[in-house]
Design a protein around this ligand. Structure first.
Ligand code: SF4
Length: 374
């Protein structure tokens, strides 16, 4: 009998489905993870290198900035050579939207608050996008809210963000174009969550979740996890981008882990390690870190328990695919609930990595630990 899918907190909100190149967004498509290049788009090699790193880390869709004609001029090369769909991020200049469509980008992001005379060009943009078979993101951002709405609401409130997005959406709807997703980003998770909840009540377009300018890695990870968790736990969200002041690969790792944690993406490696306490008989922090490093890149869906003593150690290690319960300078190694051996503390990491590799091979999973432990 096939295993039933792991439980989720809520059914997905029913949304239209659009395509961003080979990636479907919305409907019953898996929730995708996006990031954005930090390279100058005109630096083609650096941009393609970063896209390759993002692809390897599990990124589904990548966005590149198009602030100038020079950037628009190289889009065709980047769109052609990228392994994942490329979205052109356009502010201020509608003509770059046409350039990006012509260049073969998979989608274009427009910011209604930032594109001069954009409203007058919607029909042309919709026509060009339809003919090219590409989608659009209406990306509203608290920092660049349409001045008319800022005047009306006094600040980028959830209502203001949603009104801006729906106004822009109505312009596309008026010309019969519906292949778009929407984002309403704010740097405050509370405002952001409320904005997306409001938006979800008012339309069935797929939603791109993001806490904008979330901050450096630690703060941004927490803000994004909390906000995305609040929305995803209600079934809201079709594609996500974690924004960090950190290398974009980190954004993808965080985004992927958020989805894995909520069973919205198949779990891969899951390290269950205890926080350590006065009972610990090994240095749990170092052990957990070394095991994590040793198993980096492993694709198999393994749960590995790294526990500091005999209180919860054997129980957790037994429940995991692989685990260690440490004590008295030794580690009891568990595989699928059975103690297979006891090794000296110095051999715990090496043994766990060896066993993980063996189990992964048995499962026929591709991907092996990238860091060998000697
Ligand atoms: S497993 Fe042992 S060392 Fe780790 S937190 Fe629990 S009691 Fe403390």
């Amino acid at each position: 009998m096939p295993a039933s899918p792991p439980p989720v907190l809520a059914p997905r909100r029913k949304t239209r489905q659009i395509r961003v190149g080979k990636v479907a967004v919305g409907g019953d498509a898996p929730i995708s993870v996006q990031s954005m290049c930090t390279t100058k788009t005109t630096d083609i090699n650096a941009t393609l290198q970063q896209i390759a790193e993002l692809t390897a880390s599990g990124c589904d869709i990548v966005r590149v900035a198009v602030p100038s004609q020079d950037d628009a001029d190289v889009l065709h090369i980047i769109a052609k050579k990228s392994q994942i769909p490329v979205i052109a991020d356009i502010h201020f200049q509608p003509r770059y939207v046409f350039a990006a469509i012509e260049a073969g980008c998979a989608a274009v992001r427009v910011n209604p608050g930032n594109i001069k005379q954009f409203d007058d060009r919607v029909a042309d943009i919709a026509k060009a996008a339809s003919e090219a078979g590409i989608s659009i993101r209406i990306g509203v951002n608290a920092g660049s809210l349409d001045k008319r709405l800022l005047a009306k609401y006094g600040s980028p409130t959830p209502e203001a963000l949603v009104e801006s997005a729906l106004w822009e959406a109505s312009l596309f709807e008026d010309v019969g174009f519906h292949d778009f997703k929407i984002s309403v980003k704010h740097n405050d998770p509370v405002v952001m969550v409320r904005a997306y909840e409001l938006l979800a009540e008012k339309c069935d377009y797929p939603l791109h979740l993001g806490v904008t300018e979330a901050g450096p890695a630690f703060q941004g990870t927490i803000k994004s996890s909390v906000a995305f968790g609040a929305l995803l736990s209600q079934g809201i969200g079709d594609t996500i981008r974690v924004s960090l002041s950190a290398p974009p690969v980190e954004e993808v790792k965080v985004g992927t882990k958020i989805l894995e944690s909520l069973n919205l993406r198949p779990r891969k490696l899951d390290i269950v390690s205890c926080p350590s306490c006065g009972r610990a008989q090994v240095d749990v922090f170092t052990l957990a870190e070394e095991v994590t490093k040793g198993l980096e890149g492993l694709q198999a869906p393994l749960r590995v328990a790294v526990m500091g003593c005999v209180v919860n150690g054997p129980g957790e290690a037994r429940e995991a695919d692989l685990g260690v319960a440490s004590g008295n300078g030794k580690g009891q190694i568990f595989v699928k609930g059975e103690v297979i051996k006891t090794v000296p503390e110095a051999e715990i990491v090496e043994t766990l990595v060896h066993e993980a590799r063996r189990i992964a091979a048995e499962m026929g999973e591709i991907g092996e630990p990238q860091v060998s432990v000697s």
